[in-house]
Design a protein around this ligand. Sequence first.
Ligand code: FAD
Length: 501
Amino acid sequence: MRCKSRWLWILSWLQSLVVFPLYVWTISPQLQRGRSIAITRGASKPSMRSPLKTSGKSSNTPRGCCVAVVGAGVAGLVCARRLRQAGIQVEVFEASDAVGGRVRTDTVELPGNAKEEGTFLLDRGFQILIEAYPQVKRQLDLKRLGLRSFAPGAFLAFGKGELRMVSDPIRSPKYILRTITSGIASIKDLLILLLLRFKQVFFEGPYTALEECQGTPPPNTESFMLGKLGLSTVLVDRFLRPFFEAIYVTPLAQQSSACFRFVLRMLAEGRTSLPERGMQAVADQLAEDLLVRLCSPIVEVRPTGVRIDAEWKDFDAVVLAVDLPAARAFLPELDQTDEGTRSSTWYFALPSPPPVSEPLIVLNSTLQTGPDEADLPRLVNVAFPSLVQPSYAPKGWDLAAVTVRGPEKLGFGESWVRHELGCLFGIGSLDAWRLLRVYHLDFHQPAQWPRTLQPRVPVASGIYVCGDHCAEPTLDSAMRSGQRAAEAVLEAIFVADLRRV
Ligand SMILES: Cc1cc2nc3c(=O)[nH]c(=O)nc-3n(C[C@H](O)[C@H](O)[C@H](O)COP(=O)(O)OP(=O)(O)OC[C@H]3O[C@@H](n4cnc5c(N)ncnc54)[C@H](O)[C@@H]3O)c2cc1C
């Protein structure tokens, strides 16, 4: 919005000079409608550099301008889409063999079984689509994803098979009795959460919580819940801690309360879902109609181009949309201290039915405390994606996704995971559960300690940067940072053009 009003200000200033009638009237109505800037001036000169020779593409786009986007994760794809909408020629370079980055899905068959017997969909690390994210609503055609949703709430696993259900009494009234009798939330807790929700929905914008902490670092989520909100330790330790530690795979005391408030609002507003073809479908949709060069790792970036193997390609601007570890290798001035969070997802195939019957995530609510708690690997949650989205498992089978927080260490292998699962569900033998695959993620997402978030797109060494490390580590933020990077590139092109006219 801030960017749009700046554009409108520039336009009205230009109009007042009466020297750009054609130019201004061409783009102004589109801006008014909040659409992309498709400037169709025929006599447009190359805006920042001369037309490209080495990209192998003609440069007769409306602006005669070509931008490289390095990385086809959601941030890079959203950035490329925005630039394309504005009539800019874009080439996306992706190191791996498909788009999506951390949003990828593999199709896997049971070991020893023929493909005809059906396949499982394994997202590369268990993840969900929060439909209320503003960017998700803006960038995606959700209808085409064939979404099916989790019920709003969770099963809390207390060990030895004891499962208690909590759910959102407003969005899921049919579970209200089970929630009240779970003994997790007191009346005072429920009132506090209702008031917070009321305030968020009626008095705050979707990004208010994040914007408020741009000047001052917010408190960590644990002290916010217990201190500022005054929630009970039972609710925090048994439900909110495992819930938010499952989302961010980070101890609660190291999480930012701004992110907690933002995600809480999103969860209250919309559904959490899985696409019919897996999370990869989100990235595939974003990549539609884009020129993406797969298996093309970029080895050098400069403001004027990129190097792939020994070949140099000239561009008018370069957007670096890679994950933080990769971005650091190109730009040493980026944050070198953030080691990020680590997790593993263990996928098991099990004969139907699974140990729970409702489409709810199962949180590990057994208390685990101690001085090394933050360093210990911990089984944080178990989900059965096929209960939500049947396409995730073939007929007669279900899929279990077990998320373990923390580094992969010796002694925390398959037998440890099976033992923990057995304790949670009170199942003696898990022999029927067949391990399909494990995803060890050395960099799940940037660490989420309370910090002052960066309000603007960083431009490092003349290169535009986007990705979830530029803001909060969520899908929405990654998309938003891509959008912001594109706006910054467009602004530079626009200003360069103005100087020429
Ligand atoms: C297991 C897991 C679960 C998650 N669950 C959720 C969730 O439920 N909700 C939520 O909001 N967020 C979730 N997230 C976070 C979210 O997925 C990420 O924040 C987001 O996908 C990051 O997107 P990105 O584009 O910034 O980075 P990435 O997805 O990492 O994309 C970067 C891309 O750059 C490419 N690249 C790297 N180096 C080069 C190079 N030299 N040349 C060319 N290409 C290169 C990579 O191959 C990659 O495709 C989850 C993340 C993980 C890992």
